[in-house]
Design a protein around this ligand. Sequence first.
Ligand SMILES: [Zn+2]
Length: 390
Amino acid sequence: MSGRAQLMWDEAVTGYDFGPEHPMDPVRLALTRSLVGALGLDREVEVVAARAAGESTLRLVHRQDYIDAVKAASLDPGAADPAYGLGTVDDPAFAGMHEVSSLIAGQSVGAAEAVWRGQALHAVNFAGGLHHAMPGAASGFCVYNDAALAIARLLELGAERVAYVDVDVHHGDGVQAAFWEDPRVLTVSLHEHPRTLFPQTGWPEETGAECAEGSAVNIALPAGTGDAGWVRAFHAVVPEVLADFRPQVLVTQHGADTHFEDPLAHLAVSLDAQRAVQVACHELAHEYAEGRWVALGGGGYAVVDVVPRSWAHLVGIAAGRPVDPETVIPEGWRQEVYARTRQLGPMRMTDGRWPVGWASWEEGYDPADRLDQAVVAARRAVFPLRGLLA
Ligand SMILES: [Zn+2]
């Protein structure tokens, strides 16, 4: 019997701070946590602070020489080695970097353990989803790959099939790389096309190594894709591959940087569509993974207007108390937003695009439409490898 959903949270994760000039401002985590509280969602979940991931856990994905380089940069940021992606514009070194990165990883690993052992059916770590970190290098604001570490821990505990679905605007390259040769892990990434966005990977033709053919799925969407196209693409690919793969656990990454206000990318998705895909992921976990669901955060650089609302919705869905999009945000939270950021916080839990309209793939497609071409490319590349009709 599983207990309530777990929300992984340790205030110290807000120490993941690349400095005042960096777009990944940790205030986004603090404001998400306080919005979860203001909406009363923290009473609907068990709030758990897991331990930091130890070195033996980090080694499930990362190379020892890289871990040593992070520890050295953490002690002396001036000595960071750019050969490991450290001390770069994207990943500046800072004191305590190893400890806080290990702490975030520990929250995702703890979430995976709780779900695998049946202590919770769902677990959320919105501080995680650092999907660009590579086995031997920091990349794209990510030091340790908590998503890959959570999956690796599930495999270590005996899982034979783990599915990872990543809806961040950027390709989930680090997770795909970590399991490129491992048929036990299906990675699915829905992202803006590599032609126009970092990390310039995630082409449909990337389908896994020869020994794991069809275990990587990439849906590369045209810049400018909005709600209807984004939700349509998700449903045109993800449910079918999950039905075929039959995961024992579903791990999802909910980067909020698909949003039309996000400063670092070029999709035009609303909060309401993000919520709709969160709801779909929850339903897919129940349909194909006996409800076992680990949900992570990810990117998201509209740190006041988008990230806290998006991930508060995610927590509500996992808690079994989804927040109505029409909900008016408590004034106390908006005052906190102003005090911390001198910005005005949003008024409601919607962008006014609710309910999200979209047309299913079964209703047919338009070969001249660029979104549909992206979906066809993804299906044609990978469905035959899995014995599915493209
Ligand atoms: Zn991202």
